[in-house]
Design a protein around this ligand. Sequence first.
Ligand code: CNA
Length: 249
Amino acid sequence: MAKEHDEIYELFRKSKHFVFFTGAGISTNAGIPDFRSPNGLYRLIDKTYDLPFPEAVFEINFFRQNPEPFFRLSSKLLSRNPEPTQCHRFIAWLEHTGRVSLVMTQNIDMLHQKAGSEKVHECHGSYSTSTCQDCGKKSGYDEIEKPLKSGQIPLCTCGGVIKPDVVFFGEQLPDMFYSYLRKPPMADLIVIMGTSLNVFPSAQFALDLAARVPSVLVNLSPTNYDMAMTHVVNEDLDVFAEKLWDRLK
Ligand code: CNA
């Protein structure tokens, strides 16, 4: 493992164009559960929510019939006022050294930006903007923060349900994601962090780049794509980031 870390350190030291691909595992140390870990959202949802199956909470057709479980879950996540982790801060620091081309995140929690990253693409959207499902009126996070944090269903002046611009299962990813998929930013290293790589097409972005440039995958549990990576580290992301950051500073 020490040799692996030395090789990764060398890659990080030399790389000039980092692309990061992050998932829910980067935010678990901020207190936001991921999807599929033993304490993940799907297990929590199973026990306490009245849903046909856990994933329904993020399915657009289910949301249209019954938005309550999504807002109940959102309040649990947002009312904790999560702060970025060491790993989020490490990525932001690297960006400030001028060597990050893009942080592609599947996360909807806005923690990369809170840590100071600017070159972020949220391929599954986020809570930062919302849209009325009836009249299409847009609102910013501040306008619906109160109902979101208290678990109420935010309603527009027209009476429609205001849905955060989070990409649900059954919805299209942003056009920008497909532009990045077709034409990835300049990269000499792809760093994949805290994701099971189970959600497509977002995972395709990381896998395509990993086929072209050296790759480092850091995740607590093995994924189905470990064999496709140059380096795989099964470790807590904050532990990983702290060790590396200390050496790179
Ligand atoms: P996932 O399938 O739950 O995978 C997360 C992975 O992270 C797992 O394989 C874990 O082993 C690993 N992991 C958990 N904690 C750590 C840690 N501290 N250090 C290292 N590895 C860790 O989630 P994915 O991100 O792969 O799936 C994509 C979904 C999850 C997207 O649609 C997201 O919107 C969605 N999601 C986002 C959030 C968030 O915004 N924070 C939370 C939960 C789900």
